[in-house]
Design a protein around this ligand. Structure first.
Ligand code: IMP
Length: 177
């Protein structure tokens, strides 16, 4: 598959993703039950993961989008920007963050610190993909979908040069960046 002029092959099929999201959704739903949970979905990459996971929680929850990003030109800029955050009081709330991927880990790390300052009772982080060998900061991730290698991935919400988010499977780049 060519995406934005680069070559990719399938890393995780839609069936594998679906099965794993089902398990994560059940774990999170069980953990959050009775806690009036509030879900924060980090745009844009986490939107497919979040939709699939949240639809499997069978009791009402608050869901808000937010946007923290650290990436420029497909490489980490090593800076995290807060582009969007809902105007809500998180004091005493049980917050669950849904994120697409931890690459350097900087975004998740900054997000956790930011939310800690907002007085949440608990803040749990769910990340679909983790690249353990690329992490540059210590991370506490409560739920993750898959550990993957260092190479660039796309599909199921993740983009290459702003395209490819719509693909149902997750692909890994076979060219060098
Ligand atoms: P981190 O702060 O370096 O962990 O990067 C997190 C953000 O970078 C994610 O939310 C993604 O938007 C983007 N990102 C990191 N690695 C990839 C990748 O392999 N494919 C697509 N986007 C990525």
């Amino acid at each position: 598959m060519e995406i934005s002029g680069k070559n990719f092959k399938i890393l995780l099929t839609r069936e594998e993703i679906d099965a794993r999201v089902e398990v994560l959704a059940k774990e999170i739903a069980d953990d959050a039950r009775g806690k009036n949970p509030l879900f924060l979905v980090n745009l844009t990459g986490a939107m497919f993961f979040a939709c699939d996971l949240l639809k499997r929680i069978d009791y009402p929850c608050e869901v808000y989008p937010m946007k923290f990003s650290s990436y420029v030109d497909n490489r980490s800029s090593m800076e995290v920007k807060e582009d969007l955050f809902p105007d809500i009081d998180l004091e005493g709330r049980n917050v669950y963050v849904l994120e697409d991927i931890a690459d350097t880990g900087l975004t998740v790390h900054s997000l956790s610190a930011f939310l800690k300052d907002k007085g949440c009772a608990t803040c749990k982080i769910a990340v679909l993909l983790v690249k353990p060998d690329k992490l540059q900061v210590p991370l506490k991730i409560d739920y993750y979908g898959f550990e993957i290698g260092d190479d660039y991935v796309a599909g199921y919400g993740l983009d290459v040069d702003f395209t490819g988010r719509n693909l149902k499977d997750i692909y890994v780049m076979t060219d060098n960046l």
